[in-house]
Design a binder for this molecule. Structure first.
Ligand SMILES: [Zn+2]
Length: 212
C-alpha cells in the first residue's frame, strides 16, 4: 500500500510515519531524508543537489523528482510519503508512474499547531530535539544528553510559523480536494495522544490484519 501523510507543521506526521514504517514495513519517504541520503552516498544526483544547497538555494524540482522516483522504485512493500507531493504540479508528475492508494490528512487547528511548534527547542551541540509542552529538558535551558545550550530555531517564531501554515493551505488545498473527490481522503484528528492517532489511522486504512 502507498499512502500519503499530509498536515500542517506540528501535526505529528513524522512520528506517525515512523510507527507505520515499523509496523508494516512500508518505507517512510521524505524529500529531506532522501536528499540527505543521496548526498551521504555521494550519488550523482546527490552531488548535483548539494551544489544548490551549499549556495543556500532550493533544490530544483527535477532533481527532487528523480530522487523520489529512485526511492519509490526500490520500495516494493509499500511507501509512506511524508509531505510530498504537496502541490498539483508535484502530484501530476508523481502519478505518471505511481499510484497513491490512500491519503491521511492529520487535522490540527492553527492555534494548536502554533502552540506546539513554538514550543520546540533543540540543543546547539548534539541537536537533540525538545518540546516544552511534553518533552522538557530536566534542567531549564540545558541539554540532558550533553549539557549544551537549548535554543529555539529562528524560523520557529510565531510569524514564521503562521506564514508556513498559510503557505501549506495555499499549496495543498487543491491536492486535498483532488483526493477527496477520488474517495481516497481520510481525515484524522491530530489533537490526540500519539497512540490514539495511530489507532485511528490504522483503522481507517483497514490494514489491521496485515502482518507486514
Ligand atoms: Zn545536547
Amino acid at each position: 500500500m502507498n499512502i500519503l501523510l499530509i498536515g500542517i507543521q506540528g501535526c505529528g506526521k513524522g512520528t506517525q510515519a515512523k510507527i507505520l514504517e515499523e509496523k508494516f514495513g512500508w518505507k517512510h519517504i521524505t524529500t529531506g531524508n532522501l536528499l540527505r541520503e543521496s548526498i551521504e552516498n555521494q550519488t550523482e544526483l546527490g552531488l548535483a543537489a548539494k551544489k544548490f544547497m551549499d549556495e543556500g538555494e532550493l533544490v530544483p524540482d527535477k532533481y527532487v523528482f528523480q530522487i523520489v522516483e529512485d526511492a519509490l522504485t526500490n520500495a516494493k512493500d509499500g511507501t509512506i510519503l511524508d509531505g510530498f507531493p504537496r502541490n498539483m504540479e508535484q502530484l501530476k508528475y508523481l502519478e505518471k508512474n505511481f499510484t497513491i492508494d490512500k491519503v491521511v490528512l492529520l487535522e490540527l487547528s492553527d492555534e494548536k499547531a502554533l502552540e506546539r511548534v513554538s514550543s520546540r527547542r533543540n540543543c546547539v551541540d548534539c541537536k537533540k530535539d525538545y518540546n516544552l509542552l511534553y518533552n522538557k529538558p530536566k534542567v531549564e535551558g540545558i541539554c540532558d544528553v550533553c549539557g549544551g545550550k537549548i535554543v529555539q530555531r529562528d524560523d520557529d517564531h510565531e510569524e514564521a510559523i503562521k506564514k508556513r501554515i498559510e503557505k501549506f493551505y495555499e499549496d495543498t488545498a487543491e491536492v486535498i480536494s483532488y483526493f477527496s473527490e477520488q474517495g481516497k481522503l481520510i481525515r484524522v484528528n491530530a489533537d490526540a495522544p500519539i497512540n490514539k492517532i495511530q489507532d485511528n489511522i490504522v483503522k481507517a486504512l483497514e490494514v489491521s490484519d496485515l502482518k507486514k
